[in-house]
Design a binder for this molecule. Structure first.
Ligand SMILES: Cc1cc2nc3c(=O)[nH]c(=O)nc-3n(C[C@H](O)[C@H](O)[C@H](O)COP(=O)(O)O)c2cc1C
Length: 336
């Protein structure tokens, strides 16, 4: 399949693996890129620019396909050394960067001077238009259903994607709620040129996380995520667990006066406990509603091949079948 996104990043399939804290290591990114998508190393999971440079080199040893790096601009006062991270990205020969969080405007000259294609993750049309204006090459439009930070507007992709299609000139991918061939075809139908997946990629054989995490994803349903930190205007969609229930209790008690210090135990340092040690009740970690569509733990290649073959069947048989007046069986609605 050829789209503006496959052409922009030089990849075979229009599928991107979004940056994921403590998941987006070289193993994850290489597996996605080797399967024909765009794998992404999560920059800030590497505690220093030097460690990121090493992770990029490790990934290069595992794939000769293009892969990218995620740079998340955190809502913190003490910034990580972003210019040094960008230097590591440039020197590592990376040609694709996924930015997220605050606007990447201040860093665009450095990224562009290095010939890097920038895809900025946005949760609204206005942020997407700003990304276009400051020279981003593409946008990852992240709907309300997404794992992680959906912003504060609460617009699901069924509305957000066609709105983005009406307003943007640069290509965009659909992010949030994407899991299978139906997601991809739906995203393409709504104007996207591909899709970005987070949660779905965590439940794969190659995802370098504790098996408890993968099993929890297979077990959970679409009813098992909740939003936290709304009072801080730093809303995050996470998988419910004991730590998150404590967090919600504190949020109920504190109401609008909630401070980050009130919930540090439930939100700080949680990722290594969950992803490395498999402590599933440790606190808040990002997970999308799409968890309700995850039923297995395939290899990344099995997952991507399945998505592409489902998409082809849906387009060639189900959709053109409607036009040709063929009666559809219910079976054609389900996949895999
Ligand atoms: C475990 C996990 C960690 C994540 N960490 C980050 C991150 O560090 N930076 C970022 O930009 N997005 C992060 N995300 C968001 C993903 O890149 C992606 O936008 C999101 O998962 C898409 O929604 P989905 O989960 O429904 O596919 C994370 C998502 C998950 C599931």
């Amino acid at each position: 399949m050829k789209t503006a996104i496959t052409e922009l990043f030089g990849i075979q399939h229009p599928i991107i693996q979004g940056g994921m804290h403590y998941v987006g290591f070289a193993e994850m990114a290489a597996a996605v890129s080797n399967a024909g998508g765009l794998g992404i190393i999560t920059g800030l999971t590497q505690k220093t620019p030097e460690l990121l440079a090493r992770e990029i080199a490790r990934c290069r040893d595992m794939t000769d396909k293009p892969f990218g790096v995620n740079l998340t601009f955190l809502p913190t006062l003490s910034d990580p050394p972003y210019p040094e991270y960008i230097a590591a990205i440039r020197e590592g020969g990376i040609k694709a960067v996924e930015t997220a969080g605050r606007s990447p405007e201040a860093y665009m000259p450095a990224l562009k001077a290095a010939g890097i294609k920038v895809i900025h993750k946005c949760t609204s049309v206005r942020h997407s238009l700003k990304a276009e204006k400051i020279g981003c090459d593409a946008v990852s439009v992240d709907g309300f259903e997404c794992g992680g930070h959906p912003g504060e507007d609460d617009i699901p992709n069924m509305i957000l994607l066609p709105r983005a299609a009406d307003e943007l000139k640069i290509p965009f991918v659909a992010s949030g709620g994407m899991a299978d061939g139906r997601s991809l075809v739906g995203a393409l139908a709504m104007g996207a040129s591909g899709m970005n997946m987070g949660t779905r990629f965590v439940a794969t054989k190659e995802a370098p996380v504790h098996d408890n995490v993968k099993q929890a994803l297979v077990k959970a349903t679409e009813l098992d995520t909740v939003l936290v930190m709304r009072a801080l205007r730093n809303t995050e969609r996470v998988l419910r667990n004991k730590g998150v229930d404590e967090l919600l209790e504190i949020e109920r008690e504190k109401g609008a006066s909630l401070k980050i210090d009130d919930i540090l135990d439930q939100v700080a340092g949680v990722y290594p406990k969950v992803m490395v040690d498999g402590q599933m009740d440790a606190g808040a970690w990002s997970c999308g509603m799409v968890v309700g569509l995850i039923r297995d733990i395939p290899t990344v290649k099995e997952l991507i091949d399945r998505i592409m073959s489902e998409a082809e069947t849906i387009i060639r048989q189900r959709l053109t079948g409607f036009l040709d007046g063929k009666v559809q069986t219910d079976k054609a609605r389900a996949v895999a």
